[in-house]
Design a protein around this ligand. Structure first.
Ligand SMILES: Nc1nc2c(c(=O)[nH]1)N[C@H]1C(S)=C(S)[C@@H](COP(=O)(O)OP(=O)(O)OC[C@H]3O[C@@H](n4cnc5c(=O)[nH]c(N)nc54)[C@H](O)[C@@H]3O)O[C@H]1N2
Ligand SMILES: Nc1nc2c(c(=O)[nH]1)N[C@H]1C(S)=C(S)[C@@H](COP(=O)(O)OP(=O)(O)OC[C@H]3O[C@@H](n4cnc5c(=O)[nH]c(N)nc54)[C@H](O)[C@@H]3O)O[C@H]1N2
Ligand code: SF4
Ligand SMILES: [Mo]
Length: 738
């Protein structure tokens, strides 16, 4: 008998990793429509062969037995039953139509989750759908991450998409405030091989200073300054004051680039350096020296990211960071704080489509300012639970796990079942999707074409890329853009902000997102203008070079005017809203005797927010338990030993995890990764245990960033106790009781 062999077809396909903002180029080895291997793509202009453990493990998502591969319908007993696409979509359409008929499109909400950043079809559809429904209930991961950036960029540059980044490849002095690029690989900043790029700074005689409550993987490599959580505004305000008081400001740059620079003097007038030292835990001499050294550097950049964006004053902090870069003459100069070269001019696109804006309207319940047509996630439970016109009744969550990653997660968890309709587009039955009436099975980035337009604007080596799908979608999974379009068809809208698109839709003409993206690309400064610029870009050209095409060797300078959306082409520094935030900061007491410790987050190299705990390779090893980092002194004061189970309690909730006693923590601060403590159908993730960090956080506006609605996850006041009979009272508590 002769053996029957299946002919194998093996191909190496360049793809883009769609997990984090590094957007690394990968090579997928595909055999008979299966991804057998993922490795770094040496030809990628930015990542140049780099990968991390998450990227190369992603093939597992194609075969994970827990992945949802058919539309699931919630049954009366709470279980899920597979149904056909038509059954699911028709019923969703019918229920949405009933809600819209009775309450209007404003009763329908959308959540655009973090993975949409690598899923252009999804984000174009969601943005278009929110506009077509005329709903204010458009929530995005930006409001639990970067709304402070967007608010400040809107206020001072006139467009939320404007995003100055440190010129990492040329800077002489990089200060990293609340970021850990060695693990996170960057955010709102995409630098290929980021660790090496930072090491190059010191190799060429420059400095890197990392300001962080934890001696992180990045801080280990460079100069580390430990800071008390949620005190970054104090630090940068004090540094700005030193620069202004000591006459170190670049007055020529301020005169040339800004209006309202006098505002800065008033803003920091009442910032007392001794108090700043007390609030930050950083010696006054260190603060002063840091400010002087930065001002003296010929090319310096202060970069702040999530650690400095997830406190209660994150907009004030971001404003101060930009003001400090500007006042020291570093904006728009080589090696300073510069602008990217995106493959599509997203600043112009959002302006053109009327999406750029801040505080054009306020939210219904919390009276918070809109940003780019979106509402902050902190308000979601109240928008669901508060009756009246505009009450949120139906929600479609696209790649979000807000009952884990969202602020006051337990409040979201409790509010979601109160909706008339919840639709989740996801890969799994998660903490969030388990509440859904329907779970619609989405493709992963290996099963769809990819266009890294979100990160393109902040990439240190500008490049363009568009890759075809590596494999066909598994099971019944479909692209999120397809599902959203199917839902739109059933409620008689087109996912577009343009009135013309709605009319075309009535005639049966709908522009697929791939074509829409290609049109945006072709009409961009790098585009081929439909043949008018023969060397220009289009989708076909990029598909033919799927490893990507470098657009420039370095970032341009002398381009500030192009990135200012005010007619005077100056940065607007005079901001009364920032002034009132400063007054609020000055009035805040940072001591809470009942909850004497401050908890901060930490990202782990083998986790990604809330959704990679089901991958066996990423969960192997003794260190893959959810644990709380605590300084030896804080542990000793509570009789906590390494490996003990501890309870972390805030005013909002509590979680139980193992303690890891380590002097990498600053005394008084403890660190806990978010995204653990799973429920739902991802069995390994659930078995991994742990707790939900975000049960510790609050969602009232005054507990978060008031100017942007950005969630505060960092510096939450907590107490920590050992979980057993031998609970000890902390010395701070005894003092409070005395
Ligand atoms: N491996 C991995 N990579 C990721 C992610 C992930 O979950 N895992 N998530 C991705 C996402 S969505 C994002 S937005 C980016 C974020 O990218 P980063 O902003 O670099 O994220 P983190 O690694 O959390 O770094 C934040 C740092 O701030 C510190 N910190 C906390 N509170 C404070 C504070 O009050 N002040 C100061 N100065 N520092 C503080 C923390 O100790 C931490 O080291 O990472 C992305 N990359
Ligand atoms: N305490 C604390 N909380 C935080 C943070 C923190 O540092 N500390 N970080 C915040 C930040 S920076 C962010 S960005 C948010 C992220 O919060 P979310 O936007 O809620 O995103 P994730 O938690 O990453 O959940 C992503 C979900 O999308 C699913 N998914 C993955 N790929 C796809 C896809 O292609 N299509 C579809 N339809 N689904 C997909 C996953 O299974 C998962 O359920 O969390 C925030 N929450
Ligand atoms: S660093 Fe980010 S983009 Fe690169 S391989 Fe890892 S997860 Fe993917
Ligand atoms: Mo994020």
């Amino acid at each position: 008998m002769t053996a029957i062999t299946t002919p194998t077809h093996s191909e190496d396909k360049p793809v883009m990793c769609g997990i984090c903002e590094a957007s690394c180029g990968l090579i997928a080895t595909v055999v008979n429509d299966e991804v057998v291997k993922l490795r770094g793509d040496d030809n990628h202009p930015n990542s140049r062969g780099f990968t991390c453990p998450k990227g190369v493990s992603f093939g597992y998502f194609l075969k994970d037995p827990d992945r949802v591969l058919e539309p699931l319908q919630k049954q009366p007993d709470g279980s899920f039953k597979p149904v056909s696409w038509d059954t699911a979509l028709d019923d969703i359409g019918r229920r949405l139509n009933a809600i819209i008929r009775e309450h209007g499109g404003e009763a329908v909400g959308l959540y655009l989750g973090n993975p949409c950043a690598w899923n252009y079809g999804a984000f174009l559809s969601l943005m278009g759908m929110a506009a077509a429904l005329k709903t204010k209930h458009f929530y995005t991961a930006a409001s639990i991450d970067i709304n402070n950036y967007w608010a400040v960029h809107s206020l001072i540059y006139g467009n939320f998409q404007v995003n100055p980044i440190p010129d990492v490849h040329r800077t002489k002095f990089l200060v990293v405030l609340g970021a850990n690029p060695a693990v996170s690989h960057g955010s709102m900043l995409t630098v290929g091989r980021v660790k090496e790029a930072m090491q190059d700074i010191t190799a060429r005689g420059g400095r890197v200073v990392v300001i962080d409550p934890r001696r992180t993987e990045t801080a280990e490599l460079f100069e580390h300054v430990a800071i008390r959580p949620d005190s970054d505004a104090w630090l940068v305000a004090a540094m700005l004051k030193v620069v202004l008081d000591e006459g170190l400001a670049d007055t020529a740059a301020l005169a040339r680039q800004t209006v309202g620079a006098d505002f800065l003097d008033g803003l920091v007038r009442d910032v007392d350096l001794a108090r700043a030292a007390q609030e930050t835990g950083i010696a006054q001499t260190t603060i002063v020296q840091l400010a002087r050294d930065f001002a003296a550097s010929p090319a310096a950049a202060l970069y702040c990211r999530t650690g400095a964006s997830m406190g209660q004053f994150s907009s004030l902090t971001k404003y101060l960071v930009d003001a400090f870069n500007i006042a020291t003459g570093n904006l728009d100069r080589p090696g300073g704080y510069v602008f990217g070269v995106p493959m599509v001019d997203t600043e112009q696109v959002v302006k053109l489509f009327g999406l750029a804006g801040y505080d054009r309207w306020r939210t219904r319940v919390d009276n918070l300012p809109e940003i780019a047509g979106t509402s902050p996630l902190i308000s979601l439970p109240r928008e669901i639970e508060t009756p009246g016109k505009g009450q949120l009744r139906a929600l479609m969550v696209c790649s979000g796990n807000i009952a884990s990653s969202g602020p006051a997660a337990q409040a979201i968890d409790a509010a979601l079942p109160k909706l008339d309709l919840l639709v989740a587009m996801d890969l799994f039955v998660t903490e969030t999707s388990r509440h859904a009436d329907y779970i619609l099975p989405a493709t992963t980035w290996l099963e769809r074409d990819a266009w890294p337009v979100f990160t393109s604007g902040h990439t240190a080596i500008p490049y363009a890329q568009w890759t075809p799908a590596a494999v066909t979608p598994r099971g019944q999974s479909r692209d999120d853009a397809w599902m959203l379009d199917q839902i739109c068809r059933r409620i008689g809208i087109v996912a577009s902000p343009l009135a013309a698109a709605q009319w075309a839709g009535k005639l049966g003409i709908r522009v697929p997102t791939q074509l829409m993206a290609d049109i945006l690309l072709r009409l961009s400064p790098h585009g081929d203008w439909f043949g008018l610029k023969p060397g220009g870009l289009n989708r076909k050209k990029l598909w033919a070079k799927p490893s990507g095409i470098k657009l420039a060797d370095s970032l341009p300078t002398g381009v500030l005017a192009k990135h200012i959306y005010f007619s005077d082409k100056r940065v607007h520094l005079d901001q009364p809203l920032i002034g009132s935030e400063m007054q609020r900061l000055l009035a805040r007491s940072s001591i809470d005797a009942d909850y004497p410790l401050l908890v901060i987050g930490m990202r782990e190299i083998r986790s990604h927010n809330s959704w990679m705990h089901n991958v066996p390779k990423l969960m192997a090893g003794a260190d893959r338990t959810h644990s709380l980092r605590i300084h030896p002194d804080d542990a000793a004061a509570r009789s906590i030993g390494d490996g003990d189970e501890v309870e972390i309690a805030s005013r909002h909730g509590s979680v139980r995890v193992k303690a890891r006693v380590t002097d990498e923590m600053m005394p008084g601060s403890v660190a806990l990764p978010h995204g653990w403590g799973h429920a739902g159908g991802w069995q390994r993730a659930v078995a991994a245990g742990g707790g939900r960090y975000n049960n510790l956080t609050g969602n009232r506006p005054e507990e978060n960033d008031l100017l942007s609605g950005n969630a505060a996850f960092s510096g939450i006041r907590v107490r920590v106790e050992r979980v057993d009979g031998a609970r000890v009272k902390t010395p701070e508590l005894e003092t409070a009781a005395a």
